[in-house]
Design a protein around this ligand. Structure first.
Ligand code: 13P
Length: 253
């Protein structure tokens, strides 16, 4: 399957930003963007805004994502939210293993695997994040790190699950820094990740979408999205402004 056969996905990770009213207003503005017929768009507000944003997006092509989940469906896990709860509030996607969760909240390869399986088996599309730190890149172990992070998930998945999941390559040094990976470097990492998936299930890996994240902006999106193994973007800061996010969406086609 070629690049153009995979539907691009543009995901806005709003992180810990926006009040309820601001979230709803931003969601409405994103829904007003002229979205190409072959492009998927999702936004990931804070948990407290999911319900209101879900209402605001009814009847629009914009999907809803959680920013994290717990792998158990329910139970004594104070502060956690499960896959069925995200489905219940209207989510179609969920971000898993973001580097901020790995760095600040003790997320491990094992918890990322458990969360990914829970999402898939509840019918949510997981957006599984992998990426190396600056020290790891400078130490020449980028592929070792992202290969290990991805294998932890792939080793537990069926081929249909590999085809259904979304992978996001987010080099940690490019997140929130304004320092984007060169499109050629990003392409190398994406091709490596797809190849890693191909080793598990050749056909499935052709269908897996691999997003790039890390300082994606309106003026660098088109070049990144033109790379053969970059199937979309996971956007942080630039997704908080509908006009800018709209330009990134349009860069996808
Ligand atoms: P920025 O786009 O702000 O660099 O954030 C990227 C990111 O972490 C998306 O998940």
């Amino acid at each position: 399957m070629t690049h153009s056969a995979r539907r691009p996905l543009i995901a806005g990770n709003w992180k810990m930003h926006n009040s309820l009213a601001e979230s709803v207003a931003l969601a409405r503005a994103v829904a007003d963007v002229r979205i190409g017929p072959r492009t998927d768009v999702v936004v990931a507000p804070v948990f407290t805004a999911l319900s209101a944003v879900a209402q605001a997006l009814v009847g629009t092509p914009v999907g809803l994502a959680g920013q994290d989940l717990h792998w158990e469906p329910k139970g004594a896990f104070t502060g956690a939210i499960s896959a069925p709860m995200l489905k219940d509030v209207g989510c179609s996607h969920v971000i898993i293993g973001h580097s901020e969760r790995r760095q600040y909240f003790g997320e491990t390869d094992e918890s990322v695997r458990n969360k990914t399986l829970a999402a898939l088996r509840s019918g949510l599309t997981p957006i599984v994040c992998v990426g190396e730190t600056l020290a790891e890149r400078e130490g020449g172990i980028t592929f070792e790190v992202i290969g290990r992070q991805l294998d932890a998930v792939l080793n537990a998945c069926e081929s249909s699950e590999i085809a259904a999941m979304v992978i996001a390559y987010e080099p940690v040094w490019a997140i929130g820094t304004g320092r984007t990976a060169k499109s050629s470097d990003a392409q190398l990492a994406h091709a490596f990740l797809r190849d890693r998936a191909r080793h598990k299930h050749a056909e499935a890996a052709d269908r897996t979408r691999v997003l790039y994240g890390g300082s994606v902006k309106a003026d660098n999106a088109a070049e990144l999205l033109a790379q053969p193994d970059i199937d979309g973007a996971l956007v942080g800061g630039a997704s908080l402004d509908a006009e800018t996010f709209g330009r990134i969406i349009r860069a996808a086609g």
